[in-house]
Design a protein around this ligand. Structure first.
Ligand code: FAD
Length: 465
């Protein structure tokens, strides 16, 4: 098969949100030439495989690439996100990334995009359609595939499924024509939440839904992550509340109780103490809707599904033999491994601010361009690990806060953060009028609690083991 050679400044593998956000900053802040390779047919990564009713769980206002707004910046007037900033649908996210590629990247003349191509390592990629192999000589190699995002339509479940079971992914739900007596959702993460809400929204009686939830999760309250100044008391106020809670908590349980009392953390069942935290973000109205479902099954993880029964760690669950069983067991970001972001010619974007992999990719691209040594770059970019358990939340918050502090010491980075749309909150914090004493008091409370909070965080983390 034919081979071709290409020279470029940056080879980016992965045209998902991370690769796109990275390339966008290179285009805006340098004159670099860029080659992007992806095995999908268009940019957008996992959003190309998403279920049809997926939406962002954070406001569109701070998702996508730095240079282009996503959505119309409106507040939803109806639905379970009413009163909060709009959440792009999967279709909107896909169309957005296609527009970024077609209207910005390719017309720049500095980006060459190779879709339907598998990167095989050592600077080589192979077209899935022509079989042609390209060899790329690049000054920088960017691995924008590190998060290994996993969604139900492309992952392999970890349990066995016997013939005759009506086992579907959420993608197949809108194709159902025969109403089943029962729906069984497997998985307590964000996909399980989205699926339960969609079924309820379609008019399915909550009594017909069984929800297999190996672990309950603490959920972030979306009202506390709103970007507009009118939400200042909620968003910046929540950060001040969080600092105070961390400073004053006597134990990890006490800390989460305080975060719940401050409205930052939500849980579906107030009688169950969650053990999981993956950063899923929901509205209060969504949680209220989910509370209609009584059939929550807390019997551990599924090992086997056969017609009429589901085998779990904690026993066997009888279900209707015709039940539709929905696989929501893919872990969105399964790769919790971390490595240095800057290593010679290689750059591996990871999360440098909690919950925001896309902001992180843009920030890392800026750091690559603005600073010369890998040691300095990595100092600005400590990897904020992705959380799974409650102690992980402590670790995540400690590193996240240390990064924020480090960045705040650099006037150039402060400016960059304030002007970057993916930052979400930098702008509102910097735009408080001098005479707005209420808002200034919130900032003051945040600052006053910062040092005691960081000291207590270490103590809580040591006690949590
Ligand atoms: C349902 C869902 C909702 C989410 N909502 C949010 C949200 O609201 N806010 C938020 O911040 N995050 C959200 N996330 C997290 C999400 O993972 C990130 O926002 C982001 O989309 C991840 O992008 P990525 O580029 O790292 O990964 P991906 O989207 O997986 O992109 C990686 C790309 O690399 C390609 N690739 C991999 N290996 C190769 C190879 N060898 N050769 C060629 N190409 C390769 C893949 O085909 C893919 O297109 C959500 C995740 C899910 C699953």
């Amino acid at each position: 098969m034919a081979t071709a050679s290409i020279e470029t400044d940056y080879l980016i593998v992965g045209a998902g949100a991370v690769g796109m956000a990275f390339a966008d900053v290179l285009l805006s802040e340098s004159d670099a030439d860029i080659v992007i390779v992806d095995s999908h047919h268009q940019p957008g990564g996992h959003w190309n495989d998403a279920y049809p009713f997926v939406r962002l769980h954070q406001p569109s206002a701070f998702y996508g690439v730095s240079s282009r707004q996503l959505g119309s910046g409106k507040v939803d007037a109806v639905g379970l996100n009413e009163g909060l900033y709009e959440l792009a649908t999967g279709a909107e996210v896909r169309a957005y990334f296609v527009d970024v590629m077609q209207q910005q990247f390719l017309p720049s003349g500095r980006v060459r995009f190779f879709p339907m191509s598998d990167y095989t390592g050592e600077g080589q990629f192979v077209s899935r359609l022509t079989g042609e192999t390209h060899t790329v000589k690049a000054k920088r190699h960017v691995d924008a595939t590190w998060l290994k995002t996993s969604v139900p339509s492309t992952h392999t479940p970890s349990f066995s499924i016997a013939d005759g079971v009506r086992f579907v992914t959420p993608n197949q739900l809108p194709g159902i024509t025969e109403p089943p007596k029962q729906f069984v959702i497997v998985g307590g993460g964000k996909t399980g939440i989205d699926t339960a809400i969609w079924l309820l929204d379609q008019g399915v009686d909550a009594a017909r839904i069984q929800w297999i939830m190996p672990r309950d999760a603490w959920l972030l309250n979306r009202k506390k992550t709103q970007p507009g100044i009118e939400f200042f008391e909620h968003s910046i106020g929540a950060q001040a509340d969080q600092m105070a809670a961390i400073a004053e908590a006597g134990s990890i349980e006490d800390l989460f109780d305080r975060l719940e009392a401050a409205g930052m953390m939500l849980r579906i069942d107030r009688s169950v103490r969650p053990e999981m935290f993956h950063g899923a973000t929901v509205s209060e109205a969504e949680v209220d809707a989910l509370r209609q479902i009584d059939g929550i099954v807390r019997m551990g993880r599924v090992s086997e599904i056969a017609p009429g029964k589901i085998v779990l760690d904690g026993g066997t669950l009888d279900v209707d033999p015709e039940a539709v069983i929905i696989d929501c067991s893919a872990r969105a970001i399964p790769n919790t491994k971390i490595k240095p972001i800057f290593e010679g010619d290689s750059i591996t974007p990871q999360t440098v601010r909690a919950y925001l992999p896309v902001f992180s990719a843009a920030f890392i691209a800026h750091i690559d361009l603005a600073y010369r040594s890998d040691a300095v770059r990595n100092q600005f970019c400590s990897v904020v690990p992705l959380p799974d358990s409650l102690p992980d939340w402590l670790h995540m918050t400690a590193i996240n806060s240390a990064n924020q502090f480090r960045w705040s010491q650099e006037p150039e980075l402060r400016r960059w953060l304030r002007d970057n749309r993916l930052d979400g909150f930098g702008k509102i914090a910097s735009e408080i009028p001098k005479d707005d004493m209420d808002k200034r008091a919130v900032i003051q409370r945040l600052r006053e609690n910062a040092a005691p909070a960081m000291a207590n965080l270490q103590r809580l983390a040591a006690a949590a083991g």
